[in-house]
Design a protein around this ligand. Structure first.
Ligand code: FES
Ligand SMILES: [Fe+2]
Length: 351
């Protein structure tokens, strides 16, 4: 049984207290999942939130909590850009201020009669929220504004597993031949990984040098490719890869001079320490562009395979003490990711 099932923290003094994590941006869903006119419920780091849009289309994310007697605002309703609490009808404007207490309609509501709003950003087709003070901007997705790249969203993928382990799996190339047999590698002829390096960039993100692998069905085009992955971890729960691909023959030999690029932003919404939701946005410049549906179908196969293996990992919370597991040089990216998490002083969701 998870902590979340026993206990639901409702205030900022409860639940995840890791300031480093609270100060991050989290993609809480695709922007299209929050149509105007409705109050939507979302869970992030054990906290229950509401999302709603005002008539300008601006998304608002608040605690799912009325300060009066603690009723859930998600059970309330919207009227003229205000949220109405279902219990005593207190009405909150888009800035979160109570503007009407129906039992005392002539009184100006107290200054403390406020909702609990959080910083919100809408980028790359996701709504992002920060539960603290944003430590920086939403991570930069380099290809998003480049019109040569088609963009495809995939997911959500619900992992009954730890969000850090989901990110580590995303930046791990040596599982391809086994977890993604026939797609990203061959179990009977697994790639030998050459040594690569991992660098912490001036903006604090972690980046690998290129990792070369053979992929029998490297992307939605359905052809064999030699792929060169460059992995980046932008934030504890946001990964990214840029994959340069060269056409290959069935034996894995490169047969073209030109390369295409396939990139993916991997955004994890930690529900609690051992459950998360993964959503991805891919950007690719392969011509002709494959059908978005084909890209999504392949992503569904790959991420379900990843989910199935991440859900088996024990301990469920990722060990950031390196002595708890065995690290090989081919695991350098995951190893550095763990040390990087430990260096930030993160204690939630790790052991
Ligand atoms: S609990 Fe919300 S108005 Fe009373
Ligand atoms: Fe994988």
């Amino acid at each position: 049984m998870t902590i979340a099932m026993n206990h639901r923290p409702v205030t900022a003094d409860d639940g995840c207290q890791d300031q480093v994590l609270l100060d991050q941006w989290y993609a809480i869903d695709f922007a299209t999942e929050f149509p105007a006119g409705e109050i939507h419920k979302v869970t992030l780091l054990e906290r229950d939130l509401i999302v709603w849009r005002d008539s300008d289309g601006q998304a608002h994310v608040w605690e799912d909590l009325c300060v009066h007697r603690g009723a859930r605002l998600s059970k309330g309703w919207l009227e003229n850009d205000t949220v109405i609490c279902p219990y005593h009808g207190w009405r909150y404007d888009s800035a979160g201020s109570c503007v009407l207490m129906p039992a005392a309609p002539d009184e100006k509501p107290m200054r403390k009669a406020r909702a609990f709003p959080y910083p919100v950003a809408e980028r790359y087709g996701f709504v992002w929220v920060c539960l603290g003070e944003p430590a920086g901007p939403v991570p930069d997705f380099p290809e998003w504004d480049d019109t040569a790249f088609m963009k495809v969203h995939s997911g959500p993928y619900h992992y009954d597993g730890n969000g850090f382990r989901a990110v580590e799996n995303f930046v791990d190339a040596s599982h391809f031949p086994f977890v993604h047999a026939g797609y990203n590698g061959l179990p009977d002829a697994p790639d030998k990984l050459e040594p690569y390096t991992v660098t912490e960039l001036p903006d604090g993100s972690l980046r690998s040098s290129e990792v070369r692998v053979f992929q029998p069905i490297g992307d939605a085009r359905g052809r064999p490719v030699v792929a060169f992955y460059t992995y980046t971890v932008f934030a504890p729960f946001v990964g990214y890869f840029s994959k340069r691909t060269v056409d290959a023959d069935a034996s894995g030999a490169a047969i073209s001079e030109t390369s295409n690029t396939f990139t993916t932003l991997f955004a994890v919404q930690p529900l609690d320490a051992t459950h998360c939701v993964v959503r991805v946005c891919s950007a690719l410049d392969t011509l002709p562009h494959p059908e978005p549906e084909a890209v999504r179908e392949r992503a569904d196969i790959i991420y379900h395979q990843d989910r199935d293996i991440v859900e088996t990992q024990r301990p469920e919370r990722i060990p950031v003490q390196l002595r708890y597991e065995l690290h090989h040089r081919t695991d350098l990216m995951g190893q550095r990711y763990r040390s990087w998490l430990r260096g930030k002083g993160i204690t939630y969701g790790v052991i």
